[in-house]
Design a protein around this ligand. Structure first.
Ligand code: ZN
Length: 134
């Protein structure tokens, strides 16, 4: 497993319409796409700084992971995502190191990346996503 960099920071928001203008109009970060990721129960607005993205995450339902996060903690940083060269070898290495994953198999995330999440219990309270660009 090789970490290639910070792919994005995921931020849980109550409303994309209310939150996006800060990133788009005040900070003037280019808006890349808006995408619905059914497998994660989110609509994501993706902004690209050119060296790492910001993904605003809006819950599709209250019982989705982001919906539960918002109910418990309110809006804010939800996860960080690191790009890896090979997600399947990363999963093998992490499990061998005793790291707890949310799911043991990669799923398809935003922009078609293969992703897996490290449980915050294994990462100092931080939800860490690993993503491989296909
Ligand atoms: Zn993410």
């Amino acid at each position: 497993m090789k970490i290639l960099g910070i792919e994005h920071i995921g931020i849980a928001v109550e409303s994309l319409d209310k939150s996006a203008p800060f990133w788009r109009e005040v900070l003037k970060i280019s808006h890349r796409t808006t995408e619905t990721v059914e497998s994660e129960g989110v609509v994501t607005d993706i902004f690209d700084t050119g060296s790492g993205k910001v993904e605003l995450l809006s819950a599709l339902s209250e019982d989705s992971p982001v919906g539960k996060f918002l109910a418990k903690r309110g809006p804010g940083i939800h996860h960080i995502c690191l790009q890896v060269d090979d997600i399947r070898s990363a999963i093998v290495e992490l499990k061998a190191a005793g790291v707890e994953l949310v799911k043991d198999e990669p799923s398809v995330g935003a922009e078609g990346y293969l992703v897996v999440f490290v449980h915050p219990r294994s990462a100092g309270g931080v939800l860490v996503e690993l993503a491989e660009r296909r």
